[in-house]
Design a protein around this ligand. Sequence first.
Ligand code: NAD
Length: 252
Amino acid sequence: MTVEIDLSGRVAIVTGGGQGIGRAIALRLAQAGADVAVADLALDRAQAVARELEGLGVRSLAVQADVTDPDSARRMAAEVIDAFGQVDILVNNAGRWTIKLFRDLTPAEYEAEIRPALFGVLHCSRAVLDNMTARRQGRIINIASDAGRVGEPFLSVYSAAKAGVMGFTKALAREVGRYNITVNAVAPGTTHTPGSEEFIARAGGEEKLAHAYPLRRLGQPDDIANAVLFFASDLSSWVTGQTLSVSGGYTT
Ligand SMILES: NC(=O)c1ccc[n+]([C@@H]2O[C@H](COP(=O)([O-])OP(=O)(O)OC[C@H]3O[C@@H](n4cnc5c(N)ncnc54)[C@H](O)[C@@H]3O)[C@@H](O)[C@H]2O)c1
């Protein structure tokens, strides 16, 4: 007997899907049969990933979106519903971060840090919820970070925002469970992506950093995508409000 994950007939949006962890998530959901909208600030990157998805035989759509702007988030959801008729899965993955001591950050800089990490999750979740509640079906998966559990020096405001994402995950799960919508989060540890190159270099390189992890390696985007696939699938239908660390045992 084999266990299959079949997402055919489901429609997913992956924010920040143009590279790194978001790209891996988009590919994994498409490999399971979902139609996937790739939303990113950088339209060219979203288009390149959408083309990769088409090669897997699913429908895909590239959407230019800025998750920090509530109007842009609403337009993104409308564009996807227009094209595919529904949204079943939202993966709030888009993010960016600045590596600086808190005392060196200006208020404008720390607001800019919170906007994608926390407000982006709120705006995009709000934009898809009416469609999900009306259809009594939905999966919202937030990409948090183990920085939000342990508090990462040089990433203080980012850590605060990611802790906020975990709190929001729990509260929203309680609000929307009655509509058969689950809300969960995945908290990666340091994972090889274009966005994490600078952090890995400034932390002393891969080998040094890997010693902090019981499994003695950094993450690959597919490690995170596999956990997202679980939360997107029917295998997790009685799991909600949870944050799963996918970080080689960094937080135990
Ligand atoms: N890579 C890591 O080590 C790591 C660790 C923990 C958590 N995370 C989280 O994983 C997620 C993905 O990280 P990554 O390393 O793949 O990043 P990345 O920088 O490699 O890719 C992020 C993508 O998001 C897009 N993006 C950024 N701001 C956006 C916005 N306002 N609207 C729409 N798109 C936007 C970028 O254009 C880019 O394509 C982030 O939420 C990040 O906080 C990453």
